[in-house]
Write a protein that binds this ligand. Sequence first.
Ligand code: COA
Length: 260
Amino acid sequence: MSELVRLERRGTAAIVTLDRPERMNALSLATVQRLGEIGRELGADPSVRVCVLTGAGDKAFCAGADLKERQGMGREQVRDMLSAYRSELSWLSSSDFVSVAALNGVALGGGLELALTCDLRCASEGITLGLPETGLGIIPGAGGTQRIARLVGEARALDLVLTGRRIGTAEALALGLVNRVIPSTESVLEGALIWLESVTDGAPIAQRAALLAVRAARYLPLEAGLDYERAQYELCLASEDRDEALRAVAEKRKPIFTGR
Ligand code: COA
C-alpha cells in the first residue's frame, strides 16, 4: 500500500509528493487528511522556507477527486469531503512559508484547485490543466471558483469553469495560471527548487514579511493594505539581517543572514 503523500526535507525546503500514481494521484479523503497532517507538522517548524507540492510518476500531478471513491459516497460524505478540502488544505496559502505547486503532469479538477491553493505554480512542458467539474454535474468545490477568478480574472475564469475545457502548459502560462514552464530537459521539482533558491537562501524575516504583505492584497482595501505593508516593513527594520545586508553591500560581499 502506498503512503498516499510523502514528505521529505531538503535544507529549508519541504517536498510534499502525492503518491498514488495508480490513481493519477487523485484526492481521496485519506489523502486530503494526510495533507492536513503534513501542513500541521510543517507549520510547527519555523525552519521551513519553501514547500514544493508535486505528484509521483510522470503522468499526473493530480487528477482531482478520487472518482472511484466518490462513487461509493453518499451526499453527506461528499459534504464532509468539501469541508475537509477547506480545513485540511488552506495551510498552503496561509503558512509562513511559500508554497509552490510543481506540476509534473495533468492537473484536473481538484488537482488544479490544489495547485491554485498554493502561492505559486510551475509546470512541465506538455501537461494538461482544467476544471472539468461542470461536465460531471458539479462545480469546483475546493475553492477553485474563487481562486481562479482572483488569479486570472472573471472572464477567463468563466471560460475555463463553464466550458470545462482542457488547456496545455503554454496557454496556462499565457493566462497567468502558472508562473513558469520548466523545460522537459529538467525535472519540474528541481526546476522549482532552483527558481526559489533566492527565497530559501534569503533573509527569513524579509521573505516572510513580503509573502504576508503580498497575500494581504487579496482581501484588504488599499489603505488598510498600505498600513499592513508598513507594519511588515517595521519588522524588517528591526532585524539584524537588514543591518547585515547594508554592511555586505558596503563591503562588496554576500550577506550572511541569521534570521534575526
Ligand atoms: N480518480 C480515480 N482514479 C482515476 C482518476 C480519478 N480522478 N483519474 C484517473 N484515474 C485512474 C483510472 O481510472 C485508471 O485506473 P484503472 O486502469 O484502474 O481504470 C488510471 O487512473 C489511469 O487512468 P487512464 O484514464 O487510463 O489514463 P490516461 O492517461 O488515459 O488519462 C486522465 C489520464 C487523468 C486524463 C484521465 O484518467 C481523466 O480524465 N481522469 C478524470 C479526471 C477528472 O475528470 N477529474 C476531475 C474530477 S472532479
